[in-house]
Design a binder for this molecule. Sequence first.
Ligand code: 5AD
Ligand code: SF4
Length: 484
Amino acid sequence: MSASQTEPSKELLDESLQGSPTVVSGIPSNGKKLYLESYGCQMNFSDSEIVASILNEAGFSTTREEDEADLILLNTCAIRENAEQRVRTRLRQFKQAKKHRPQLVVGVLGCMAERLKESLLEQEKLVDLVVGPDAYRDIPNLVDQVQGGQKAVNVLLSREETYAEISPVRLDSNGVTAFISIMRGCDNMCSFCVVPFTRGRERSRDPESIVKEAHELFEAGYREVTLLGQNVDSYKWNIDNKGQIKNPDEPVVRFAQLMERVAQVNPDLRIRFSTSHPKDMTDDVLHVMAKHENICKYIHLPVQSGNSEVLKRMNRGYTRDWYMERIDSIRNIMPDCAISTDIIAGFCGETDEEHQDTLSLMEEVKYEMAYMFQYSERPRTLAQRKYENDVPDNVKSRRLQEIIALQQLHGANRTKEMVGRTYRVLVEGTSKKSADQYFGRTTHNTVIVFPKEDAKQGTYVNVYVHDCTKVTLLGNITQEPAEA
Ligand code: 5AD
Ligand code: SF4
């Protein structure tokens, strides 16, 4: 999802297909301009803010206009094949542009970098520069190298790099909501997923630098932060991967404690986080959420499939029963917590009965929202090496349509249940559809639109919900107390 000031749609079929230019202003420039386009997950948008900061230090200013750029960087996503195709199309457009502007430097960052470096640089000659997710500090040197007439590559993955002390430049910011990256990489090896190969080993960022960043954002007027990691429940500080304490004189910090510290920055700073992993999500995280009003009552808990055999092939580390036990725990500890998920249709060997189990799990949980995908085979993954991608495309797509139809029904019902309630809403900006209306989100991450009256962006208002569309609430500011 993009860091820009948009009203997010509730059912995004493919978040990785978004590409949005990012811009920052008011920074001293060396006369050179950077155009940066980001694809994929929130992590990538957050990384782009680090890249902008590094290039800013090197004297680049950013622009929204690709035509006036000296340096074009695409921060890419490799999670599904169609995301990669979209990037290739963009690169071919930039290759055309280079014919008229020979000085233009074009680079690929992020998840496509490592796998495609040779083909992008040598065979297709689409780019000058290829930089992997752990090598962003090297970009200024690599750009110099390109300007000296060479192609430049750094795709080395690191076990330590967290960019902890780099202050991200907030790109396309509404000045109200921001991302804070708390960890990088992933050690889970879900069999369908390319992320462990593209982003490397899991490592957590120093909690002090995270809390400091949250303080700075609050001081700068921000009122919501989203703590980001591939698996936030596995965040750990001062403890190694085998569970051994590294320095006995320092405290151990796990995700529950980290989130509590960020929640204590200020009661007016709202906290979100993404993504939780069902195998690692503990009750202490849920108790911290329940205890702090400023932690949003919303959990994104990807299930991927409702069938235990499929989950085993996916190497997810949990069964359907385990997942449902986690859902029960959320509902017991926070009866009013919204839950969303990710689902993959047509994974290797998925039978019709197994697919039916996904539908029945959806019926049991009744998610507020879901990201739903057709399985797409990714190079080097366990699934690619071990299983046959044997569900025909038309079957995958029929199953996906069934999943989407069911989710639309559940989502619409969930939205309807919110009519008649009053929510505390953070005013994020002017609605895209009407200049007289603001949009914001409830604690449950549901978008709500309401007349501006004299409310200010970046403040909290109570909004009574009088109506809804399938995914958006319509309301009015009220002085009545909020229920949630
Ligand atoms: N095919 C389809 N969907 C995938 N995802 C990850 N890898 C694949 C793949 N190979 C989905 C998962 C994950 C989300 C970010 O993307 O549902 O949770
Ligand atoms: Fe991929 Fe699984 Fe890690 Fe998520 S937890 S990034 S799906 S390997």
